[in-house]
Design a protein around this ligand. Structure first.
Ligand SMILES: Nc1ncnc2c1ncn2[C@@H]1O[C@H](COP(=O)(O)OP(=O)(O)OP(=O)(O)O)[C@@H](O)[C@H]1O
Ligand SMILES: [Mg+2]
Length: 238
């Protein structure tokens, strides 16, 4: 499988705090890869470094063969790498439809192509269609998560970075969101999924990395890790 994202020896510091201490991992085209780990492990920091919301203090990040380590965030989006941030961060004062439009702002293809993607997103996320004129800030938590995913997809990404999409959602909605992630993946979008809900993440992922205090402790096939005793004790509570 072709390599899509390659992170090598990534270091990220916040002043004296070493949040990510030289991690290396890769994601191949078409895969769902999950990065699991406890609070403060460095998961969000890793995603922020990839999408240039934080600067790497060392190491390199390559996306589709291009070195993006020092690239600006909007240029990275244009290359086809989109992020669904932790805590959703939708534009609360804008409508659902306007939020989706914001997602498409970097696109240079035709209005007809963009319309096709609105239709696809409303098909995947019918609840957003019903509420397209509603102010996004008044959506429920689950609906806001769907909107954040929809908005990222409007940039027509090759790869989607998702930061804890299950956070704060009921088990039923978590299932729904994970099903949508799988459907999006089936259309050819590669996924890097950061999750504390290791059980669900390992169920849908091909491969996984376990992050602990800024270093990768374990890696491998998602099913194998789900059966690993250490992982079960530390992250699956069984
Ligand atoms: N802006 C910041 N300034 C200083 N320290 C930070 C900053 N952001 C994160 N950190 C620290 O870096 C470490 C990694 O944080 P990060 O947010 O990447 O963890 P995480 O794995 O995403 O955790 P969670 O599951 O709680 O979201 C933590 O110790 C955190 O306190
Ligand atoms: Mg986080």
């Amino acid at each position: 499988m072709a390599e899509m994202l390659c992170v090598e020896n990534l270091l990220v510091n916040y002043g004296a705090i070493k949040a990510v201490k030289g991690i290396s991992f890769e994601v191949h085209q078409g895969e769902i890869v999950t990065l699991i780990g406890a609070n403060g492990a460095g998961k969000t920091t890793t995603l922020h470094a990839i999408s240039a919301l934080e600067r790497a203090a060392g190491g390199s990040i390559r996306f589709c063969g291009t070195d993006i380590t020092k690239m600006e965030a909007h240029k990275i989006i244009r290359l086809g790498l989109a992020q669904v941030p932790e805590g959703r961060r939708i534009f609360a004062g804008l409508t659902v439809q306007q939020n989706l439009q914001m997602g498409a702002y970097t696109r240079v293809d035709s209005a007809a192509e963009i319309q096709k993607d609105y239709d696809q997103i409303y098909e995947w996320l019918p609840r957003l269609k019903e509420r397209r004129k509603q102010q996004a800030g008044t959506l429920s938590g689950g609906e806001q998560q769907m909107l954040a995913i929809g908005r990222a997809l409007m940039s027509k990404p090759k790869m989607l970075l998702l930061d804890e999409p299950s956070m704060g959602l009921s088990p039923l909605l978590v299932k729904e969101i994970f099903k949508i992630i799988q459907e999006v993946n089936k259309t050819g979008v590669t996924i890097l999924l950061v999750e504390q809900n290791a059980k669900m993440a390992l169920e849908i992922a091909n491969r996984a990395y376990v992050l602990e205090t800024g270093t990768i402790k374990m890696q491998g096939d998602a099913q194998e890790l789900a059966n690993n005793i250490e992982v079960r004790k530390a992250y699956l509570g069984c």
